[in-house]
Design a protein around this ligand. Structure first.
Ligand code: GLP
Length: 242
């Protein structure tokens, strides 16, 4: 794992955007894995700014998102479909038909998982996967205890994850109890991974990622075995600064 500490959230977002833009420019047909949550918002804003300023094109880029809540339609403002349109896709020249996000309202969710895996395979897998991390070490929605050999699957969300995401909903009862998530093995097959960690709420998670055991009780720990992962974190996550 390549580890980079930067001053703050803005510096993390800029460094991440520089890396993504470089990869898109050197491979205009990049298969880009995307994440949701607060962490990548700054990165997405930088990508939009770069697109407006320098015209980096996403016309031939294909994206795969990590996860989606079960039961929310694509139009639901809390769905990750809506999130991606709002914070990235509507502002760059990507073809929506080249963006894949698991459908949380599919009739047959098991089938949706295998269709998603099939699409990924057809595209030769993810070239660069963006990741955030949950306070409990989850990546995507792979909660502690998830097998390192998991493929795209249906997950029950832990109370701590639902509480962490409650801020986006009216109240805790509105937060879905299940999600579809790329599996850990699926994520590990990405050729390159960029993990972003920011803020003091992620302090313990960063510490455990860097110093803890590689164990299914802390899903992100497996990234230490990935041959091409970069972690960019800020001083607040590292235990200093803001
Ligand atoms: C969410 C997402 C993850 C994300 C994580 C951290 O539940 N499913 O993909 O990385 O939790 O979110 P945040 O960046 O808002 O702290």
């Amino acid at each position: 794992m390549k580890i980079t500490e930067v001053d703050d959230y803005q510096a993390m977002s800029r460094a991440a955007a520089d890396l993504v833009v470089e990869r898109v420019r050197s491979n205009p047909q990049l298969i880009l894995g995307l994440a949701t949550g607060s962490t990548p918002l700054g990165l997405y804003q930088h990508l939009i700014d770069d697109y407006n300023r320098s015209g980096t094109s996403y016309r031939h880029v294909t994206t795969f998102n990590l996860d989606e809540y079960v039961g929310l339609s694509e139009q639901d403002p809390n769905s990750y479909h809506y999130f991606m349109n709002q914070y990235l896709f509507n502002h760059i020249d990507i073809e929506k038909t080249n963006t894949y996000i698991p459908k949380g309202n599919a009739q047959d969710l098991e089938k949706e998982c295998s269709v998603f895996e099939e699409r990924l395979k057809e595209h030769g897998g993810v070239d660069l996967q963006i990741l955030g991390i949950g306070g409990n070490g989850h990546i995507g929605f792979n909660e502690p205890g998830t097998s390192f050999y998991s493929r795209t699957h249906l997950v029950d969300l832990t109370l701590s994850t639902r509480e962490a995401n409650e801020r986006f909903f009216a109240n805790l009862n509105e937060v879905p109890i299940r999600a579809v998530s790329m599996g850990i093995e699926t994520i590990m097959e990405s050729k390159e991974i960029l993990l972003l960690i920011s803020g003091e709420k992620k302090r313990d998670a960063l510490h455990q990622l860097l110093h803890g055991e590689i164990d299914e009780s802390f899903p992100a720990s497996i990234l230490r075995e990935h041959p091409n992962t970069t972690v960019i974190f800020d001083k607040a996550a590292a235990g200093g600064g803001k």
